[in-house]
Design a protein around this ligand. Structure first.
Ligand code: SIN
Length: 561
């Protein structure tokens, strides 16, 4: 055995090894819908009453959302209208796209393919273009494109996984566009995993009734971003990096969104952008460490998009639900919370408790598997690390036993290297895992054209949104491989809609902060402290007691169910 594990964990691993042959012979049964429901309601953080509260201001007042999200929605703008000069416009474009990941790139490309000049499209990113969760997505992208599969099956799986809370027309758009998106990526040069005969290799994901995950080893998101980022760069679309949006601008006469104020992270200067259409593609809230969980997310995932859209009247939905990926790293601590792709379980790795027992069918939907792991730890069947982090084993060497030697190195090369760097050889040893905050299931409500909607269901003129910032596609729980699909499907739809709106709009809009008047009056009424401001842009890990001053894992161990 390698030196990556301390002695006590090496002893615990022996139990995993001793029970392997026996576990290989058994087939763990799937849970019934009632059993899934019971498990999730008892153990999933979405059902802990202390994690959420009611929103007191804004268009979705009365909705229940996670506490950390409520704090940001009930916060003062960073931009002080009395100090920002709107008379000088720095960028005057047709389409402003806010975000640096796959949804932003897809929106930009489809605006261009639909007839907008590259000079009239501006992508504004918080960090570098491509520093986004897209590049961290490992497992794959779903599309029903085999004869034994169909978009109808994909639709039913997605709705079932989402606890029937999804917006049906958005799911329909997702699954129907999926095969086209795979073809588009192939045409752009994406290197999908294929057989020697050139057939696409497709895997199962949790909650899916057919194999429909298309992958590039275990770095699918990175490979997708490689080809679409290259395409954006080759087409000459404008990109402004390190310039996050801190407020939207609105036309005082029509109420339409007419641009944004960006903040230059290097010089601390404001940048004023006027646009006929603004597309929010800012991603989710993973860096907020909801309920004290670690995260798989990149540093920029701080819920900026929902904060900005809410102030101009957008309806928010399903923000009472978050996705905790079942298998985050629990050891070594240096990579705590990082993703261990679901593809490991697609390939045959089993989840095992301290007694060497398999305790769940590994390809149940994610919220079900995460709940089972939390239960094992809370009921004393987890494995404790020397620093008090609890986890269960993911028995990775089973993959090579089931599928033949070399499978891990071939299919999970990034995972293999990640653990090898810490002295752990995943072809020979299991890894310790615990759920980690992964995805914002809900968000801004949109229609099939990616237009942002008010609570009354009417589009907010000039504002579109795509990707993780939106809600409705995934209901209360997303299936694996549907997020990479979502960003490309709805990024494309947003780009095409934006181009259509631009062609129908002859005059330039006016810009103002008018929308803030109503919003700040509401904040005043409920006495929100003036120090609470949003968007936060980046998480603050410097010991602020109100914001992640604690080791989130210590907090997990304090939870009493
Ligand atoms: C994974 O590979 O498990 C993450 C990808 C996703 O969330 O769809």
């Amino acid at each position: 055995m390698s030196e990556g594990y301390p002695l006590e964990l090496r002893k615990a691993i022996r139990v995993v090894e001793e029970t392997r042959e026996e576990r290989l012979k058994k087939k763990y049964r799937r849970l019934t819908l009632e059993e899934r429901d019971e498990l999730v309601k008892k153990w999933h953080p979405d059902y802990r009453p202390d994690t959420k509260r009611e929103l007191k201001v804004g268009p979705s007042r009365g909705a229940i959302v996670y506490n950390e999200v409520a704090d940001l929605l009930e916060a003062w703008p960073i931009a002080d209208p009395s100090k920002i000069d709107l008379s000088t416009i720095d960028y005057d474009v047709d389409i402003l796209i806010i975000g640096g990941g796959g949804a932003a790139a897809s929106a930009a490309l489809w605006s261009l393919y639909s007839g907008i000049e590259p000079d009239n499209i501006l992508i504004a990113t918080k960090l570098r273009f491509g520093d986004a969760n897209t590049v961290k997505a490992q497992g794959g992208i779903q599309a029903a494109d085999r004869p034994v599969d169909s978009p109808v099956r994909h639709y039913l799986d997605t709705i079932g996984g989402g606890h029937f809370a999804n917006k049906p027309e958005l799911v329909r758009a997702l699954v129907m566009d999926a095969p086209f998106i795979i073809k588009w990526l192939e045409d752009l040069g994406m290197m999908f995993d294929k057989t020697g005969e050139g057939e696409m290799i497709e895997y199962s994901g949790g909650g899916a009734s057919r194999r429909r995950l298309h992958c590039a080893r275990d770095y699918t998101g990175l490979e997708i971003m490689r080809v679409i980022r290259d395409e954006v760069l080759n087409k000459g679309i404008n990109i402004l990096e390190f310039s996050p949006a801190i407020e939207l601008l609105t036309d005082p006469e029509t109420g339409a969104v007419s641009g944004a104020v960006l903040w230059n992270l290097e010089t601390s200067e404001y940048i004023i952008v006027r646009s006929k259409v603004t597309i929010l593609a800012t991603g989710g809230f993973g860096r907020l460490h909801l309920a004290g969980f670690p995260t798989t997310n990149h540093y920029g995932a701080t819920a900026d998009g929902i904060v900005l859209a809410y102030r101009v009247g957008a309806n928010l939905r399903d923000l009472d639900s978050a996705q905790y990926h079942p298998t985050g790293v629990a050891y070594p601590e240096a990579i705590l919370g990082e993703l261990i792709t679901e593809k490991c379980r697609s390939l045959g790795a089993q989840l095992v408790n301290v007694n060497g027992e398999q305790f769940i069918y590994e390809l149940e939907p994610r919220d079900v598997v995460a709940s089972a792991i939390i239960r094992e730890c809370a009921e004393g069947r987890g494995v404790l690390t020397p620093t008090g982090v609890c986890g269960v084993w993911l028995d990775l060497p089973m993959i090579d036993m089931i599928r033949g030697p070399g499978t891990i190195k071939k299919n999970l090369p990034a995972m293999y290297r990640q653990f090898k760097r810490h002295g752990i050889d995943i072809t020979e040893e299991p890894v310790l895992t615990y759920p980690t905050l992964h995805y914002q299931n809900g968000g801004i409500e949109i229609n099939v054209y990616a237009q942002v909607l008010t609570p009354q269901g009417t589009p907010i003129p000039g504002l579109l949104a795509a990707g993780e910032v939106t809600g409705g596609v995934h209901g209360k729980n997303r299936l694996m491989g549907n997020s990479l699909l979502d960003i490309l499907v709805f990024g494309r739809r947003a780009g095409m809609t934006a181009a259509r709106i631009v062609k129908e709009t002859s005059s330039k809009p006016k810009i103002s902060f008018k929308h803030l008047e109503k919003y700040t009056a509401e904040l005043e009424k409920i006495n929100v402290p003036k120090t609470r401001k949003a968007p936060i842009i980046l998480p603050d890990y410097r010991g602020n007691p109100d914001y992640r001053g604690k080791n989130p894992y210590l907090k997990i161990l304090e939870i009493t169910y």
